[in-house]
Every structure is written in C-alpha cells, then in structure tokens.
Design a protein around this ligand. Sequence first.
Ligand SMILES: Nc1ncnc2c1ncn2[C@@H]1O[C@H](COP(=O)(O)OP(=O)(O)OP(=O)(O)O)[C@@H](O)[C@H]1O
Length: 325
Amino acid sequence: MPSNAELAIDARGVDKQFGKLRAVAELDLQVQKGHIYGFLGPNGCGKSTTIRMLTGLLTPTRGEINVLGMAIPQQAEALRRHIGYMTQKFSLYEDLSVRENLQFIADIYGLGVRESKRKIDELTATYHLDAQRQQLAGTLSGGQKQRLGLACACINEPELLFLDEPTSAVDPQNRRDFWEQLFDLSDRGTSILVTTHYMDEAQRCHQLAIMESGHIRAKGNPQALLEAMPLHVIEIAGHRLRQLKSHLGQFSEIPSAAQLGDRLRVLVDKKIDAPIPWLLEKSRAVAGQLTPPQLTQVAPNLEDLFVSVTGKGLEASREAEDVTG
Ligand SMILES: Nc1ncnc2c1ncn2[C@@H]1O[C@H](COP(=O)(O)OP(=O)(O)OP(=O)(O)O)[C@@H](O)[C@H]1O
C-alpha cells in the first residue's frame, strides 16, 4: 500500500445518502500519484456522485476524503486550483469560439495576459485545435469538442484530472488518440481518475475499480483482477444458441451466457473443476449434436469480469445509459 504522500486520492469509509437512497456506500479508494485509475460501473451505480464528493462539490454523509494532501470538503476551495474536471456533458460555451472558451477558463484561474496566451497556444497545438481557434464551439465535431473539453480541464496544469465518461460521444480513432494524450499527461506526472463504459479503455488503466449499486465490487490492477476471477470462460459454437442460452440460464453455476456472433460465451463457476464435460452434459438436452471440439475454454476478459461482479454486460450498461441519459 503506497504511503499518503504517494496518493493523489485517499478516500475511506465514504457514504453518500440521498434521502432513502444510499448512492455510495463504504467507499475506499486509493489512487496513486501519476496513475490512470479507471472507474467502471453500470448506469446509476454512483460514479459521478463519487467524483463530485472527491472534488468537493458534494459533502459526504460520512467518511474521510483526502485529495492531494487536502481534507475534502473542508479545503475544497484550495483544491480547485490543482485539479481539472471534465464532466459527462459538453459544458463549454457553444456560442464562444475555441480560443474564447479557453480564454474564459484562463481568466477564471487568473492567468495573466502573457501566460494565458502561452497556455492557449500550447493547448490548441497539443489538442490539434489550431485550425479551429476561431470556430464556435457549438459547431465542432464530437472529437473536437472532447479535445477542447480536455484542453480546458488542463489550462491550470492540474496535478489531478477527473474525467467523467470523456469518450462517450467519439469514434474509435478519436478515443485511441484521446488515450494517447492521457498517457502523455500521466507520463508528465498527472494523476487521472476516469469513468468509462468501454472495456478497451479499462484495460489501459494502471488500476481500476468496478462499482455496482454504490459499492466497489472489485478493484486492482486489470491483469491481477482477471487472474483472480472465480469463473471459467467457455465458448460454444453450434446451432440453436438462443435456446441453449435460455436453457443454461437455469443453472446457478452459470452467472452469464451471451452470444457473440456464432458463439455463446458462457461463464462457469470455478467450483466446477472440469467445466467442458460439465457444460456438455448440461447442454445435451438442447444441443444433443454438440461434440467436445465445439466447446473451447478461453481466457477471461474485462467484460467477463464486469459481468461477474455486476451481473450486467458493458454493452447493456451503455445501452441503459443511452436510454436514460
Ligand atoms: N442530487 C441527487 N439527489 C438525489 N439522487 C441523486 C442525486 N444525484 C445522484 N442521485 C442518484 O444517485 C444514484 C447514483 O447516481 P450517479 O449519477 O452517481 O451514477 P453514475 O454511476 O455516475 O451513473 P452514470 O453512468 O449515468 O453517470 C442514482 O440513483 C441517482 O439517481
């Protein structure tokens, strides 16, 4: 466990109650300085509430929060100068240009004329917005808006960045580029807490936590979490996969079966020592024609881990979000 001086975020026993709803429960979260920490969880599980408490925007019902050595919410005002926060929704002024948006934030931080010009030049170059400097923010593409959001969050050269689903509206190439920029920031010592529903992004993080219904269900290094997963993953190729899926749903040893193209990806509790013969036996009632070569044990991925701790697929949680949010 890193010492306090090595931690950008140290939250212990944090709760947030909204009336009868316990939105965050007994949260323990330690983020090491310079790390990119991924925060995953289905829609409404408490991620944004957590970020709002860590930034001092919301007061916890109980628990201790220390961010960059400051007690939160007591020292939230002082903390603000040292952090950047990119919210889920595009929160910039659509009727101001790219340069004017950056200037506006620079003014809030009290940067002088020369310093703000230097910083705006640097940020528009880093985030490939030079050609759009005079363009109204409302007319930017999704990827450009996201880069402007990150540029604005970085204007005060924050030691710690909070990014709440920063890539929800951008294409895969832009997401890739965005993550390269996060690693550049991390390489220069910036600590980052980022929420995401994307498995490939979670895989890139130094550490991650998976939250469900206000509780952190798993946390650690992605590789270590996969190795500790208490499930086998078996892929079944064959016919009648929809019927097989609903048939397998009755067994408590199978927390999930989901179709991927012409295969069914089945999670089986590790208390079953030999999952292939066991699954073959359980499948026979529906898929009598299946033979052993059609069942293959494969390595687990983060989506399997997510399903095993939350009961939902990342895709399902993203769809829920599209509907509700
Ligand atoms: N100010 C509030 N008053 C009452 N309930 C709230 C408030 N803010 C959040 N909640 C509730 O707390 C729960 C957690 O919400 P939160 O926004 O933290 O989830 P989330 O994990 O960030 O979801 P999303 O992926 O949609 O951002 C939800 O049930 C939400 O309705």
